[in-house]
Ligand binder design. Structure first.
Ligand SMILES: [Zn+2]
Length: 168
């Protein structure tokens, strides 16, 4: 076999090998590229979905927080308007229960014993401490004097509230 034939044969072999590799490469590119494109598109869609989901999630969280804050504020306002602040005002050695609601107040008509912190009960002609029966407690107020005491207490409490003094 002459040398030139041998070279040509080798070249043909290399060319055919290259050609077969080129076809494989082209086949790989032809099959792989759409898959790669689809994968990239899917990945992009997934990423966009995640971003949108996160935006929706943040919107939902923000909405829930806003609703919670609004509910809390409404509840707190309602709660404070229903449940007044209760203080005890000491007057003439008795405690008078004062309920303060915004700009208004109400003094409980029956005072409390300052020592036993129990509300008086009406007994005969007096308001007396319920502890009287078991232990001798001199706290009390004649029924006839009660209205005057009550008016004085109301006046004093109103004066303190108007001057923003502490009720005690
Ligand atoms: Zn008492």
């Amino acid at each position: 076999m002459p040398l030139i034939d041998l070279i040509l044969k080798q070249l043909k072999s290399i060319a055919s090998k290259l050609a077969s590799h080129i076809y494989e490469s082209i086949a790989v590119v032809l099959i792989g590229a759409p898959i790669l494109v689809l994968w990239a598109a899917d990945a992009l869609d997934l990423l966009l979905d995640m971003m949108q989901t996160q935006v929706r999630l943040w919107e939902a969280i923000t909405l829930v927080l806003l609703v919670s804050v609004c509910t809390y504020l409404v509840t707190a306002r309602t709660h404070s308007s229903i449940n007044p602040k209760v203080k005890f005002f000491t007057y003439c050695n008795m405690k008078w229960k004062v309920s303060i609601l915004k700009d208004t107040f109400k003094v409980d008509k029956i005072p409390f014993c300052i020592e036993h912190v129990q509300q008086f009960v009406r007994y005969s002609h007096d308001y007396t401490c319920p502890e009287t029966e078991e232990s001798i407690c001199a706290s009390g107020i004649p029924y006839q004097c009660h209205d005057d005491f009550y008016l004085n207490v109301q006046s004093s409490v109103e004066n303190k509230i108007r001057n923003k003094e502490k009720i005690k």
